[in-house]
Design a binder for this molecule. Structure first.
Ligand code: IPD
Ligand code: CA
Ligand code: CA
Length: 276
């Protein structure tokens, strides 16, 4: 991979998308729903994705691009797009705004997430927080940085001293029996945060601000950049049963590594792996 060129393109695209997003936080937006009442998209999500695509295609016209706002809705469209991504020589995986619900409400926790995979293997990950101007960047084999400084995962060894984060999938209203497990798990750890941007929470695991993150039913664009960040910062990523990560994993667990097996066990015990 021509790291520096691809990295430069990802950074330029994220910077321009970040500016668009930041400039529109307090402006009125056109909001519509996707798969459910709580699954939102705005005109800014679409414009940000188009802008990122243009940057990539200008530099690399033959690269594949998987962008959240360009995937055909429904399982079939997603399966097809994922297969293409896993096979492509180069595939960019874009979430133009991860944390759209926060963006719509003006809750300042959202980011641009851009990853590059080569034949299904993650090579580059950029998570950009346009509000705090924080740049989380990872390159395969080269470590992870925050604003240019190397970052490492945290050092907690016990769940009782761990701060975990998670999120709730954008499903229809109503409580499922499975939600109870979340509260059972809370008793095993120091505390649990949900902040509404999987990509940013993964970047926080990489930076040692969280001990771990898990969530059920995420898409590849929510996590691809964050996964490489955690791995390159010395952490571990798997599915919620502890099996190795690949781009098709939807139930994800990322930790500092030290608490990984304990967390898998706690997720199993409390019925929060998403597999039951
Ligand atoms: C969402 C965020 C959120 C997670 C949802 C995702 P979006 O992505 O990552 O944290 O809980 O499951 O869909 O829709 O804001 O890009
Ligand atoms: Ca997302
Ligand atoms: Ca999004």
């Amino acid at each position: 991979m021509e790291e520096s060129r691809e990295r430069d393109v990802a950074l330029t695209a994220a910077r321009d998308a970040g500016k668009l997003i930041r400039d529109n936080v307090n402006q009125s937006k056109r909001v519509s729903t996707k798969t459910s009442e709580s699954d939102l998209v705005t005109d800014i999500d679409k414009r940000a994705e188009a802008l990122i695509r243009n940057h990539i295609l200008q530099a690399f016209p033959d690269h594949n691009i998987l962008g959240e706002e360009s995937v055909e809705p429904g399982t079939e469209g997603l399966t097809h797009a994922l297969a293409e991504t896993q096979e492509a020589r180069h595939s960019w995986i874009i979430d133009p705004i991860d944390g759209t619900t926060n963006f719509v409400h003006g809750f300042p926790f959202f980011c641009v997430s851009i990853a590059l995979a080569e034949r299904g293997e993650l090579k580059l990950g950029v998570v950009y927080d346009p509000i705090r101007d924080e740049w989380f960047v990872a390159e395969k084999g080269k470590g992870a940085t925050l604003n240019g400084e190397p970052i490492r995962v945290s050092q907690e060894k016990a769940l009782s001293e761990s701060l975990l984060a998670s999120g709730f999938p954008a499903v229809a209203r109503g409580r499922s029996k499975k939600d109870n497990g979340f509260f059972d798990l809370r008793r095993e750890v120091r505390n649990i945060r949900t902040a509404g941007s999987a990509a940013m929470l993964l970047a926080y695991v990489a930076a040692g601000r969280l001990s771990g993150f898990w969530e059920i039913d995420l898409n590849v664009w929510d996590v691809a950049a964050g996964v490489l960040l955690v791995e390159e910062a010395g952490g571990r990523v798997s599915d919620t049963l502890g099996r190795p990560y690949d781009l098709s994993v939807r139930h994800i667990l990322a930790t500092n590594g030290l608490i990984h097996d304990h967390t898998v066990n706690a997720l199993k015990k409390t019925g929060t792996t998403g597999f039951e």
